[in-house]
Design a protein around this ligand. Structure first.
Ligand code: MTE
Ligand code: MO
Length: 323
């Protein structure tokens, strides 16, 4: 297979990634400068990556978040350039293309924002997003990300474990699944109501088993690359489950429900044979229309072998052992 340039796991070519040292030097610099000047320094940081890009200008204006990186979950030292990740989005509420989601999301307002956590819990609650963020233990984690369409990237997320939120509401013993729902507002997300695909069950929903949800890798992200989530990545809060295909990582969540039965989900409802509820990354289980054995690394010309559970088999494998 001479077509494929298989690299050792996640050794990306220099041209396509921001070396960690550059990122961290900038952030230490920001921290040293103190809160008062972080805004303008943040602008510099964004602009220096892609000067003159309107999309990066928007990102540079987002509030910065200063948190520690959790080394246990951040074993990859180089990640995808932000200017690439922020312009290659799946967010069907706004567009079926990837490079213009950020433009179509202009009318979308991620503040004020509330999240309802309810269903089979001891203490149902409605959180204001900023209260929730203050309450939860924020940290940074550099995770692999793998879309079912066979492209991959590496992202520095900022967020907190799903388990921390569930502990706050105390699931009842008969709760078996966590169902999550995206906002529904066709006025700002016209694709939710364009009638083109009557089979699309808006709003977008996803779900996990309780065991998956409380797994140490599962997190709710509220930031990325050292700042608030841009709209195209699912502001103000989205799920990140790095061993599953991208579509499980539901964006812009307004409701989290603990339920007894496996909930219907967006893609599983549209095409159950193509998008299973579990949908763990697995090179040996092809999508019905393409192989999953090889993945394309965003922003590089290179391809590499897909890893079982997207490289997290040592951490999640026990969840799926049978017999
Ligand atoms: N609400 C909602 N969440 C969503 C999607 C979507 O269309 N709507 N797309 C999913 C898919 S297919 C992928 S690959 C990831 C992409 O996340 P990113 O754009 O932040 O990389 O979001 C997932 N979450
Ligand atoms: Mo995806």
């Amino acid at each position: 297979m001479t077509l494929l340039r298989i690299r050792k796991s996640w050794q990306l070519p220099e041209s396509s990634v921001t070396p960690e040292s550059v990122f961290w030097n900038r952030r230490r610099f920001l921290k040293a400068m103190g809160a008062a000047t972080i805004g303008s320094a943040g602008l510099l940081y964004g602009k220096s990556l892609t000067a003159g890009s309107p999309m990066m200008d928007e990102i540079a204006a987002l509030p910065r978040i200063e948190v520690e990186r959790n080394a246990k979950y951040s074993t990859i030292s180089q990640f995808t350039k932000e200017s690439i990740a922020a312009k290659y989005n799946n967010f069907y509420e706004f567009s079926r293309d990837k490079d213009d989601v950020w433009e179509h999301a202009k009318a979308f307002k991620p503040r004020p924002w509330q999240i309802e956590v309810s269903g089979l819990v001891e203490k149902p609650r409605i959180y204001d997003i900023d209260d929730l963020i203050k309450r939860m233990p924020l940290e940074e984690r550099v995770y692999r990300f793998r879309c079912v369409e066979a492209w991959a990237m590496v992202i520095p997320w900022i967020g907190f474990p799903v388990k921390a939120l569930l502990d706050d509401v105390q699931p009842l013993s008969n709760a078996k699944f966590v169902k999550m729902t995206t906002f529904y507002d066709p006025e700002v997300a016209p694709r939710q109501n364009d009638g083109l695909f009557s089979s699309e069950p808006w709003p977008y929903t996803e779900g996990l088993t309780i065991a998956e949800a409380v797994h140490e890798l599962s997190m709710f992200a509220v930031g990325i690359y050292g700042h608030d989530l841009p709209k195209q990545h699912g502001a103000p809060i989205r799920l990140v489950v790095p061993w599953k295909y991208g579509f499980k990582n539901i964006k812009s969540i307004v409701k989290i429900e603990l339920v007894e039965n496996q909930p219907p989900t967006f893609w599983n409802t549209i095409a159950p044979n193509e998008y299973g509820f579990e949908s763990n990354v697995n090179p040996q289980v092809p999508h019905p229309r393409w192989s999953q054995a090889i993945e394309r690394v965003l922003g590089t010309g290179s391809r590499q072998r897909t890893l079982l559970f997207n490289g997290y088999a040592d951490l999640v494998g026990h969840l799926y052992q049978t017999g």
